[in-house]
Design a protein around this ligand. Structure first.
Ligand code: UD1
Ligand code: MG
Length: 470
């Protein structure tokens, strides 16, 4: 839309969160509350986005430094929502409209806001309202029978603390979201006063001001409490988190994903799934995760920033931790099998049909097609070819206390159990390392290399026994 200005109010204190973190920087679905709101503003095509900061302004601003499209308006001290918009007004364009949102109402939908903007038609003060069976705490929408409209007309909003007992019975409430035509914004804001119980400049008084100057105030009603719910305390944050997760779960299921239980999944970022993907209970997806066609994720897996190919089986309690940088990217090839209890760390690339078993940790390593590390092992900074068998209990000793070194294991190598591979090192193709070896030098292709003390047998030896007490 042309000249859509969005003002996001984020100046309030958030005392009830009982935390040093600015309220709008609490996370929901892996993203800060205010980032959810910014995303919605972006999706509406806002030409200007102004964030009003006040309490802990520097922290909020720093946390949003990755958004060059934002303008910050400082509100110091914080004298109410009307005062907040007054601070933003100098940055608002002369034409078009201003949509007022709150940084602590994260789940507002673009669909509802689009309808609200349509109702305002670029020229009317328009409120987003809700019919609340329990309206406590909200501003109530006051209506009167109108002579000029021949129907009821919005004439004001009264805050809970200022409302009469009769007004408190009104169930239609103001959600905190309104659209204001910019041609009137400055003049209307200038008329705000703080003659109320809280001695604040209420944005909601714009309604009365508009009506008094002969304008009609319109509204659009939403039926979705969740999208207009704000976060004021940890319980409300948890409530909205679950609501958000349920929405994501249903969107996944609509795309054909099989979820064992839509109430027991957490997506803290973006999860993209191919067809026939199934996800068991208790899994957490962080950052950017993609799951290929037919992949099965077992119970209680935690997956961060990973590209999982098709036909992969992740058995329960698999932990995959990729990063966003190219060097930290993690990918799992087609048909691979991991877990239970496998740990895959940044920079790991597993080829097709790789098997990684329980208590195996892999960091910054590549494993070629069909290679296996099935039990209790560590691979760090290793380049492993195809069809390698990496025995139980073997490790790459990749760190000398100062520097990390690389291990290269060529195709078809067999590393016997409990081997220590002291890097830098190359194991030649098709070679075998005998179990229990400590290897410090490169090994040749096709041969057995073993470093192990010869077994000694003492035939006239007897086991210690408990001595008789004297
Ligand atoms: C506001 C509305 C109320 C509505 C409710 C919906 C007013 C006067 N009242 O009340 O009618 O039903 O929202 O949730 O607008 N903020 C600032 N600077 C300030 C004060 C607030 O930036 O000086 C920000 C807050 O951080 C918050 C938002 O504005 O994001 C709303 O403020 P809040 O104090 O929660 O308003 P309510 O009393 O809930
Ligand atoms: Mg509030």
């Amino acid at each position: 839309m042309n000249d859509l200005n969005v003002v996001i109010m984020a100046g309030g204190k958030g005392t009830r969160m009982k935390s040093k973190l600015p309220k709008v920087l609490n996370e929901l679905g892996g993203q800060t509350l205010i980032e959810h709101v910014i995303k919605v503003a972006q999706s509406l095509g806002a030409s200007r986005k102004i964030v009003v900061v006040g309490h802990q302004a520097a922290e909020v601003q720093a946390a949003l430094s990755a958004h060059p499209d934002l303008t910050f308006a400082l509100q110091e001290p914080q004298l109410g929502t009307g005062h907040a918009v007054q601070m933003a007004q100098p940055y608002v364009s002369e034409q078009g409209v201003t949509l007022v949102l709150s940084g602590d109402v994260p789940l507002i939908t673009p669909e509802t806001l689009t309808k609200l903007l349509q109702v305002s038609a670029g020229e009317h003060l328009t409120l987003l309202t809700l019919n609340a069976p329990n309206p406590f705490g909200y501003g109530r929408v006051l209506k009167l029978q109108s002579q000029r409209l021949g129907q009821t007309e919005i004439v004001g909003i009264v805050e809970e603390k200022d409302a009469s007992p009769k007004e408190r019975l009104i169930q239609e409430v103001y959600t905190g979201v309104m659209v204001i035509p910019n041609v009137h914004l400055k003049a209307w804001l200038a008329k705000l006063a703080n003659h109320n119980v809280q001695k604040e400049y209420y944005l909601t008084d714009l309604v009365k001001i508009a009506v008094e100057s002969g304008h009609v105030v319109l509204s659009h009603q939403t039926h979705d409490v969740v999208e207009v719910s704000g976060v004021n305390d940890p319980a409300q944050l948890a409530f909205l988190e679950r609501a958000h997760q349920e929405r994501l779960a249903h969107a996944l299921m609509l795309n054909g994903v099989r979820l064992a239980d839509p109430k027991r999944i957490d997506v803290r970022g973006e999860l993209v799934c191919g067809s026939e993907v199934s996800i068991d209970v208790g899994c957490v997806f962080e950052g950017r995760v993609s799951l290929g066609q037919g992949t099965k994720v077992g119970a209680y897996c935690v997956l961060s920033n990973v590209e999982v190919g098709p036909g992969v089986t992740l058995k329960p309690f698999t932990h995959i931790e990729g990063g966003l940088k190219e060097s930290e990217a993690v990918s799992i090839g087609e048909g691979a099998q991991l877990g239970p209890f496998s740990r895959i760390r940044p920079g790991t690339r597993l080829g097709a049909q790789v098997h990684v078993g329980n208590f195996v940790e892999i960091k910054n390593s590549t494993l070629g097609e069909g290679s296996k590390a099935n039990h209790l092992a560590y691979l760090g900074d290793a380049s492993v070819g195809a069809r390698v068998n990496y025995g139980a209990g073997s490790i790459t000793a990749n760190y000398d206390g100062a520097n990390k070194h690389k291990t290269t294991i060529e195709d078809d190598v067999h590393v016997g159990s409990n081997s220590v591979l002291v890097a830098p090192l190359t194991l030649g193709a098709g070679g075998t390392v005998g179990a229990g070896s400590t290897i410090t030098k490169d090994t040749p292709s096709g041969a057995l290399t073993v470093s192990r003390a010869k077994a000694v047998t003492l035939s006239n030896w007897s086991r210690p026994s408990k001595k008789d007490k004297p």
